[in-house]
Design a protein around this ligand. Structure first.
Ligand code: NAI
Length: 474
């Protein structure tokens, strides 16, 4: 017997479960299908566990320099099993929270693999979803007036570098390490590679990043990338850019993995305990029945309009599965818009240039809007303000003075085009820049906003003043 719903959601990650809650708030009857665990990649294999480990690494690094703060310590050591236990406790707590939210919204949760069926005598609309239940129960059939596909993404791998879970890892396996390796090769210097490089270096692991492109963090502003490179090197991370790995040269023994890479026409061989692959993520479009629909897939991602409708107007797709900015907060916002649209609430489409992006390395990196290079490429005449954390009293108090804020304004009308930050707590401070972008603020309006003293956020006011050469503490 098929059960009927207003909305059936495939995937209960940050995109899917947030959409389910909003739909339930609107009084819709909602089913959500999840083949793994409620909370998805972000909660179980991504953002939350990695940030928990990063926080332990930060505490370890800070305690090691406690003397700088006049605090004497002795015998500082790391118990990695406790680090992992703490991470698990955090996940468990948040997992319970998501389960409770599903109960509260009276959302039917189906643990199993969902697949969209095409029109047939058994499934009259493409909104019919069959669920192969994880617990071995008979398959379920769900009929949704609307469907949201929120099946996320998986780590991209490289042919020949087969992930074996012990020596060749993606971030997913790395999160489950029972002990720390003494050395790690990281292939790919993007967001995941750099967060791991920072974390492992803070834990005392020897890290080498092999990045194919000319710089790490290729989507960040070049000044930020340069500063990040400098600061990562300062903490001992080796960074090799324009490094081309020779997959055929890979050798593994019980303890080590080694590989040759070419850089500046020289061949180098590198050996470490383990190798982490962080070369991007791929949308999960397979095995979900897209072939039974008219849904289009381009460059591996589902094609949608600004309200996240696919070519089948009652089937929406949100989050990593549609490509673009593969970020948890983007997925959940896209989910809210899709639900508003199917509930006829007239949502405002996302302006992707107002989406904050965060990297939780130490120091942190955060940005919103265009990089200077992108702004110039688009034909804007730009003026730039920059201010270092060294000039901020609270940063000195904190003992974290590395980094800066860079603000890019349009010379013609003073509109903010981009804000880029590297330094302490910038992932918490970027929301101010996001609000300024959403409200279409001018840089002088940001400068006019009174920032409390002493706070790290003063740096945003100073960077805004610096656009007109009027920063106070420089
Ligand atoms: P990415 O796309 O950020 O970076 C991949 C890097 O690997 C690029 O620099 C690329 O040039 C390099 N690369 C590709 N092939 C290579 C090869 N054969 N050899 C060496 N380098 C190679 O992908 P990443 O870091 O895997 O992250 C995946 C996604 O997850 C991203 O979209 C990211 O935004 C998201 N994410 C976001 C986080 C956050 O917001 N804090 C944290 C973790 C992931």
């Amino acid at each position: 017997m098929a059960e009927e719903y207003d909305l059936v959601i495939l995937g209960a990650g940050t995109g899917g479960y947030v959409a389910a809650i909003r739909a339930a708030q609107y009084g819709l009857k909602v089913a959500i299908v999840e083949k793994d665990k409620l909370g998805g990649t972000c909660l179980h294999k991504g953002c939350i566990p990695s940030k928990a480990l990063l926080r332990s690494a930060e505490v370890f690094a800070t305690v090691k320099r406690a003397d700088d703060f006049g605090v004497s310590t002795s015998g500082v050591s790391l118990d990695f099993s406790k680090v992992q236990k703490r991470k698990e406790t955090i996940i468990k707590q948040l997992y319970q929270g998501v389960k409770q939210l599903m109960n509260k919204g009276k959302i039917d949760v189906f643990e199993g693999t969902g697949r969209i069926l095409g029109p047939s005598i058994f499934s009259p609309t493409p909104g019919t979803v069959s669920v192969e239940m994880a617990n071995g129960e008979e398959n379920k059939m769900l009929i949704g007036q609307n469907v949201i596909i929120a099946t996320g993404s998986s780590a991209r791998t490289i042919a020949g570098l087969d992930v074996d879970g012990s020596q060749i890892l993606t971030s997913e396996e790395a999160l489950e390490l029972e002990s720390l390796p003494t050395s790690m090769i990281i292939v790919g210097g993007g967001v995941i590679g750099i967060e791991w490089a920072s974390m492992l270096a803070d834990f005392g692991v020897d890290v080498t990043v092999l990045e194919a492109g000319p710089q790490i963090l290729p989507t960040e502003d070049i000044d930020i990338t340069r500063e990040a490179t400098k600061l990562l090197k300062k903490k001992g991370v080796q960074i090799m850019t324009s490094a081309k790995i020779d997959v055929d040269s890979l050798e593994k023994s019980e303890e080590h993995v080694s590989i040759t890479y070419e850089m500046n026409e020289n061949k180098e061989r590198i050996q470490a305990d383990k190798l982490l692959l962080s070369v991007g993520r791929r949308a999960n479009v397979k095995g979900i029945g897209l072939e039974n629909t008219d849904i289009e897939v381009e460059d591996g991602s589902i094609v949608v309009n600004e309200f996240y409708q696919t070519k089948e107007s009652h089937i929406y797709a949100i989050g990593d599965v549609i490509g673009g900015l593969q970020l948890a907060h983007v997925a959940s916002h896209e989910g809210l818009i899709a639900v508003d649209h199917l509930a006829r609430k007239k949502p405002t489409p996302i302006d992707y240039l107002s989406v904050p992006k965060c990297i939780y390395s130490h120091p942190e990196i955060a940005s919103v809007g265009l990089t200077e290079e992108e702004a110039v490429e688009k034909g804007y005449k730009v003026k730039v303000g920059r201010f270092p954390f060294k000039g901020i009293g609270k940063a000195l108090v904190f003992g974290e003075t590395d980094g800066f804020v860079k603000l890019i304004a349009n010379e013609e009308n003073d509109d903010l085009l981009g804000i880029h930050m590297i330094g302490p707590h910038v992932t918490d401070m970027i929301s101010e820049a996001a609000i300024a972008k959403v409200l279409d603020a001018a840089h002088w309006e940001v400068a006019q906003t009174i920032h409390p003293h002493p706070t790290l956020s003063e740096i945003i006011g100073e960077a805004a003043l610096a656009v007109d050469g009027l920063a106070i503490h420089s």
